[in-house]
Ligand binder design. Structure first.
Ligand code: SF4
Ligand code: SF4
Ligand code: SF4
Length: 395
């Protein structure tokens, strides 16, 4: 293997049919498990169009059953890897924000990255499950429970649903949905990390000739080359070199998505034209609705403190500040490390626009510090101050 860019596909007919883009990712993980190259895989078990559950498995059949894509489940897998056996070799498909969260946890000595094989997936964005249900009803006029499958192709969201005993398909342009305040999560609209260049492999269909069921694969690390080689030697996949046109096309698609993200980033920043006192009034009005449930901390992939975290220790619920120390400390502590994945906002029960608020503080700081979190494991977070869960003092 000399090239860095390949087109690859599964040799197994069933995997090729069920998996996205010729089943390369599924076949590679299955091969890694079957040959003992990895001990475990983290995959998303699909429960419905709107629900998927991350599972840790050593069973190749479970990996096969979970093949295919799911846009309605905006999980960040970083903390699931953290909870998994730390001494096992784990392989998993990751979105760029999953990979970035995992790399930030590795920097905080929570994960041994040498044991983790990150099979990156190009990502155009995800949709919040609840908003997706509402969209199915209000924009597509469908019973959300009748939706059997979803697919995003050529900028359109397609919902396959059951009507009068037969399957029917309804499609709408994502751009049109987003103009109506629907579509992808705000974090995804503004996210410009579309190809997971921080993972071991970057996979997707950008750059694949039209009509071909193959995956465009970029090999980014030695680990990436090793897991690909394992699948190849095991006869689980076939590969061919990607063409120059394919490589160029992939770059062009990435650039146009990044341009769109920059536009959304500016549009979503509803605070940019306000005066400082108006901005303060916004922060106060939003953050004083916090009920201190702790959900944002629990899911945050770059937050690695335990129960003695400063945001928890220094927050007293009997204090009646309009903005609690909990939120102020979280804003401060995440300024260098927030990867803008939007998980905190997804789970906030009182709908505080946490992505916008975190982004406003951290983007400026990260530019100032010349630091992009989650991209390079050797770069230490400049303001890192955590009380780690394991591998704390003494290890
Ligand atoms: S934040 Fe970026 S990487 Fe993560 S799901 Fe959204 S678009 Fe994908
Ligand atoms: S603060 Fe929110 S947006 Fe930032 S990394 Fe944590 S969960 Fe993601
Ligand atoms: S999830 Fe929302 S309500 Fe809960 S602690 Fe975080 S900001 Fe407060």
């Amino acid at each position: 293997m000399k090239s860095k860019y390949y087109l690859a596909w599964a040799t197994d007919d069933e995997i090729r049919k069920r998996g996205a883009n010729g089943g390369f990712v599924t076949a590679t993980l299955v091969s890694a498990l079957e040959t003992g190259f990895i001990d475990l895989a983290v995959v998303i078990e699909k429960k419905s169009v709107y629900e998927g559950i991350p599972i840790l498995t050593s069973d190749p059949e479970v990996v096969k059953d979970s093949s295919g894509s799911l846009h309605g489940v905006p999980l960040n897998l970083a903390k699931y890897v953290l909870e998994s056996a730390p001494d096992k070799r784990i392989g998993l498909p990751v979105k760029p924000c999953d990979a970035r969260g995992i790399i930030e946890l590795a920097k905080r000595q929570q994960i041994n990255l040498n044991n983790v094989y990150l099979i990156g997936l190009n990502c155009g964005g995800t949709l919040h499950p609840l908003q997706m249900r509402a969209m199915a009803a209000e924009c597509f006029g469908l019973d959300p429970d009748s939706v059997l499958r979803e697919e995003i192709t050529d900028g359109k969201l397609f919902l396959v649903h059951e009507a009068e005993g037969t399957e029917k398909e309804a499609g709408m342009k994502i751009d049109e949905l987003e103009r109506q305040g629907r579509g992808r999560r705000d974090a995804c609209k503004a996210c410009d990390t579309k190809i997971p260049v921080m993972a071991d492999l970057a996979c997707g269909n950008w750059g694949v000739p039209q009509g071909e069921q193959k995956t465009f694969v970029e090999v980014l690390t030695e680990k990436g080359a090793a897991i690909l080689d394992n699948a190849l030697s095991n006869g689980a996949i076939e590969i061919e070199n990607a063409s120059e046109q394919g490589i160029e096309l992939r770059k062009k698609i990435e650039a146009s998505m990044q341009k769109l993200a920059a536009r959304w980033n500016a549009e979503l920043d509803v605070l940019k034209d306000l005066s400082p006192s108006e901005r303060f009034a916004f922060y106060k009005a939003e953050l004083q609705r916090c009920i201190h449930c702790g959900a944002c901390k629990a899911v945050c992939p770059v937050c690695a403190c335990e129960a003695d975290a400063k945001c928890l220790e220094q927050h007293d619920e009997t204090d009646s500040y309009a903005i609690s120390m909990y939120n102020l400390l979280r804003l401060l502590h995440l300024m260098d490390s927030c990867i803008h994945c939007g998980r905190c906002e997804d789970v906030c029960p009182v709908d505080i626009p946490l992505t916008l608020i975190q982004r406003r503080f951290s983007e400026r700081m990260q530019r100032h510090l010349d630091y992009t979190p989650g991209m390079e494991v050797t770069q230490t977070p400049p303001l890192n101050e955590t009380k780690l869960r394991w591998r704390a003092e003494g290890e």
